[in-house]
Design a protein around this ligand. Structure first.
Ligand SMILES: *Cc1c(COP(=O)(O)O)cnc(C)c1O
Length: 357
């Protein structure tokens, strides 16, 4: 049976990236060696790294005064790398869910944290707006897409202090004005690669703001100055990321993928709104394009396990909602085809017909 992959992460990748990765595991670029067993210092791998950086810059329109590097450790490592490097006295955090809560906890190890806005009062079902950003913060920290709750900060905030964003789950899914940010980072396993590589995009002036003496691997300067090669970088995830970036370029880049992502999200949200058995869990204007959350409508709650089985039998994979929200979550990342969302919508319609006849 055809499977439709809605996993939240690690998640769906373009077929062509997987095919090329499969080949490269046996014979990487005609070297006669596997990508899994070559030195990261070979000119062949250095070319992959350079191409990945250059495609990232091109696709996201990253200005010249920004550096890009790739490291291990996941986004969760950045939760403490960011404050270790940049929290001298006080940082501001916008609390929009689990991932910012975790980041706040780490930041408190390094200095004062002011939660400038939060949507915790309504189980993070919306994005806080209209708050004031104090001018005395070392930085303002946001998570642009809340993978678990399905909300997304869609505007590039005008911040009087350096703006730092975790874009793990919406990187390269929509146009972003990078010049509004001081640092953008994320784990690549949602939209770009298998787990194991983290991307960091950092404005040049931030390198002069490192607030304390740090272990070498924690200092952002180490990774910029050594061009992601201070230690062994995650070779294979970087290879696959490069293949994903090449695919994204081949389909005309971020502007085109954004158009496709909007089309997929509209199709599914329209069905959630229309279908009498389901309801959305997020404020309409803040709905994520990537992680689409929904639950059974009032009075139909106990149909949830049955719908799960029904959908599973029709090839849907990974649609169980996070335990903090319940219900369902369809993660419709870049490589998720329109056809997968159509199949899920058809499934919801069939289930409704079955239950309401
Ligand atoms: C998945 C995710 C993380 C955690 O990433 P790891 O690489 O597992 O540490 C952090 N932030 C967001 C927004 C995520 O979606």
């Amino acid at each position: 049976m055809k499977k439709y992959n809605f996993n939240a992460g690690p998640s769906v990748l373009p077929d062509v990236a997987l095919e090329n990765a499969a080949k490269a595991i046996i014979d990487f670029n005609g070297t006669g060696l596997s990508i899994l067993s070559i030195s990261h210092r070979t000119k062949e791998f250095e070319a992959v790294l350079a191409e990945a950086k250059s495609l990232f810059r091109e696709l996201l329109h990253i200005p010249e005064n920004y550096h890009i590097y790739f490291v291990g450790g996941g986004a969760s490592t950045q939760f403490f790398h960011i404050p270790a490097n940049f929290l001298a006295k006080k940082a501001g955090y916008v609390n929009t869910g689990v991932w910012t809560k975790k980041a706040i906890k780490e930041a408190k190890l390094y200095g004062e944290v002011e939660v400038v806005a939060s949507s915790e009062d309504k189980n993070f079902s919306y994005v806080p707006k209209g708050y004031t950003i104090p001018a005395d913060l070392d930085y303002l920290y946001i998570c642009s897409n809340n993978t678990i709750y399905g909300t997304e900060i869609k505007e590039d905030i005008d911040s009087p202090v350096p703006l730092i964003a975790d874009m793990s789950s919406d990187i390269l899914s929509r146009p972003v004005d990078v010049s509004k940010y001081a640092v953008i980072y994320g784990g690549a396993q949602k939209n770009l690669a298998p787990a194991g590589v983290t991307f960091v995009i950092i404005r040049d002036d931030m390198l002069e703001k490192v607030a304390r003496t740090l272990p070498t691997m924690m200092n952002v300067k180490t990774h910029v100055e050594n061009d992601s090669m201070f230690n062994t970088p995650p070779v294979f995830p970087i290879y696959v990321m490069n293949e994903t970036l090449k695919w994204l370029k081949s389909i005309s880049g971020v502007e085109e993928i954004y158009r496709r992502n909007v089309a997929k999200a509209e199709l599914l949200y329209n069905e959630i709104d229309r279908n009498s058995l389901f309801r959305p869990t997020t404020a309409k204007e803040d709905r994520s394009l990537m992680n689409i959350c929904f639950v059974m409508s009032e009075g139909n709650e106990d149909l949830a396990p049955e719908f799960m089985e029904f959908a599973k039998a029709r090839g849907m994979v990974g649609i169980k909602g996070h335990r903090l929200v319940g219900g369902f979550r369809a993660s419709c990342y870049n490589a998720c085809p329109y056809e997968a969302v159509e199949a899920l919508v058809a499934c919801m319609q069939e289930f409704e017909a079955l239950k309401t006849k």
